[in-house]
Ligand binder design. Sequence first.
Ligand SMILES: NC(=O)c1ccc[n+]([C@@H]2O[C@H](COP(=O)([O-])OP(=O)(O)OC[C@H]3O[C@@H](n4cnc5c(N)ncnc54)[C@H](O)[C@@H]3O)[C@@H](O)[C@H]2O)c1
Length: 433
Amino acid sequence: MTARTVAPATGKLGVLTPGMGAVASTFIAGVIAARDGISPPIGSVSQMAHIRLGTKDENRNPLIKEFVPLADLGDIVFGGWDPISPNAMEAAKTAGVLRGNDLDAISAEMEGIVPMSAVFDQRWVSRLEGIRVKDITNKWDQAEALIADIARFKQENGCDRLVMVWCGSTEAYQEPSEVHATVASFEQGLRDNDENISPSQIYCYAALQSDVPYANGAPNLTTDLDCIVELSKKNGVPIAGKDFKTGQTLIKTMLAPGFKARMLGVRGWFSTNILGNRDGEVLDDPENFKSKEVSKLGVLDGILQPEVYPDLYGNIDHVVRINYYPPRGDNKEGWDNIDIFGWLGYPMQIKVDFLCRDSILAAPIVLDLALFMDLAHRAGESGVQEWLSFYLKAPQAAGDSPAEADLFIQQTKLKNTLREWMGELPVTHSEAG
Ligand SMILES: NC(=O)c1ccc[n+]([C@@H]2O[C@H](COP(=O)([O-])OP(=O)(O)OC[C@H]3O[C@@H](n4cnc5c(N)ncnc54)[C@H](O)[C@@H]3O)[C@@H](O)[C@H]2O)c1
């Protein structure tokens, strides 16, 4: 196989997060801790996973970060926007994810990471009061202001390249409308202040106009809009979405492929969560929860293929609930009751009680998406990066057929994409090796 030409990762990489709350501050703290040798970047595939090359007898198994030219953690510069958080340290303290002594060691650097004033509109996140908000009402002017922020950040921090990962709140549910059909209609909509254009869409537009790859960590309607896909291809910039795959959905996409592999039936899957962080508060609004619900419900159908296996998966009651419960903070508890059936239709039950830490699971995903999106950009990619579906709850397809939701197929796709780019054969686990 011929390797692709991938530009080297020289100079600094700026990672911009619209939203500097629990996930973004935990991501930043973890990267600083890894860089300073305080704690390894656990959960990051780009940093910790090995990749097998060639047949198994060849014994070639380098770390991914040594196999593909990724930006070094030491070359990352952090930035972003937030309508509330004054800096990354305060955001981390408010989020309450990390313990005080873990933050003390890195407090000076965290305090120096000050988000820029946000493009924010309460119509999309009714539970939040923005105070650090740009005093600009026209959406075209807001996009221009973000483009200027991006250029200034790049220049002031001496960055060679930038990537943007949405770590902001989940916006209220919406369907695409006419304004989202083409780049031209979207730009007209920005000028006309079209009410269907949300802040995340303006950030994404600004990123793509600035040659900055954009990954969508929330269930917002952004990268999956026709106008955004068109713009990303036109400008030669990669996009990926949507919604970080953590917690309950991560477990779901680990278990469901197992049931399917063994041809065990599923009759029902009841999932409920309690969480008490700001994300939970935002999702307490039915309009914001609806965005999340849609992205959470899709995974089972994607994996179990009820249309192919109607006897096993054609009649599933799948229910997902999120309950805002302040005492729990970021330490979400996710219960799953799974009703499965086997030989002669006999029913069985599985109960999962996952006492998880949402942002601890999400932070390494932000890092990997940032590094792999930057790699994709240097490898000449544009449009939807379906090979990054591994990280996403509602993965976006690059073509007409739906993206794979099974975590293990997603992992194979990710690794085979890297192998292919570097001129190595895909690993098929066939008899030949
Ligand atoms: N934690 C997880 O495991 C996980 C998993 C999947 C998706 N997500 C999504 O990631 C996002 C971040 O989660 P979190 O736990 O950090 O939430 P959070 O509430 O702690 O942080 C979100 C931040 O976004 C800011 N924000 C809101 N609107 C903004 C705008 N227009 N521009 C810039 N900033 C804006 C808020 O002020 C807040 O500080 C949420 O959308 C969440 O649903 C999180």
